[in-house]
Write a protein that binds this ligand. Sequence first.
Ligand code: ATP
Length: 339
Amino acid sequence: MIKLTHLHKEYRTKKGTVIGVDNVNLTVHKGAIYGIVGYSGAGKSSVLRCINLLERPTSGEVLVDGVNLMSLSTSELRLARQKIGMIFQHFHLISSKTVFDNVAFALKAAGKPASVIGQRVQELLQLVGLADKADNYPAQLSGGQKQRVGIARALANDPQVLLCDEPTSALDPMTTQSILTLLREINQTLGLTIVLITHEMDVVKDLCHQVAIMNNGKVIEEGSVYDIFANPEQPLTKEFVQNSLEFKLPQKLWDKRDPNGKIVKVMFKNEAAEQAIIYEMLKAIPVKANIIHGKIDYIGDKPLGMFIMEVTGDIHEIEHALKFLVDQSCGVEEVVTNE
Ligand SMILES: Nc1ncnc2c1ncn2[C@@H]1O[C@H](COP(=O)(O)OP(=O)(O)OP(=O)(O)O)[C@@H](O)[C@H]1O
């Protein structure tokens, strides 16, 4: 549905040229929810804004539904943009207009007749759960409700793609969940392709199918959300994943560890997360294993188990036990500091 090829964006500033996007190649399949993650300044917004040509790439190609947007005339581009909705961190609603008129605005801009607009706005407000707020002004709404208006407005012209620029960063955790649920429903019921930028891996874990990690304008790693969480390769990806999954041991437990044992972090992927591998290990090898921290996360429907274990006994047997886990496709990493 979206294909970015050798996308490059430079900004000319008084101090010189700044590279916002550096040779990004990326494909988002129809119906997917695709996350783009990175720290501030990584180039996420620049990539997102190149998808609807809010920023014109310096070079490269932007294909949306097979159409090369860079080759369109101004009027063709205006039409093509109706198929690409966008929502923003700070909602960008018109404060002097009611909820109804904010949503109607997108339809009027697309030249829809008044007879169509009234019914369509009601449908959209129903869809986002705000049917009773049509006459309210943005200032009378909560953050979550404002984002719902933003979503209704973005969906007004039946887009095929929804671009989301940090849509939950200004919201509290409960409201974030309700907006993520709404985006998931829209993706499933309308078959909408969603590209979402965020700096929160928890949002990616909850919502996205695929994810790209950006740094310095480049995509440094990309894949299915499960694979990125289960096997992050780049140090920055590991950092993002750990911030979301990691659990620190209480210092008291760390201080009490057996100096002759090993503290290890074990990651169980796919079926391994649902099997009695530790039981099998203890049956086969004479070591003691004490689980001191752990959980099983579900990404989509797939389990990803993580445990911190203290393994004690003869050093050779400990090594033997850890190799047993590796042979069962578990990720095993010794924890050497509690930082
Ligand atoms: N209009 C602009 N003029 C000059 N430089 C810009 C402009 N927009 C972005 N940049 C620069 O391009 C780089 C990428 O910025 P971008 O906003 O795309 O990153 P980001 O990952 O979205 O960051 P944030 O999470 O803070 O929004 C940064 O160095 C930024 O300073």
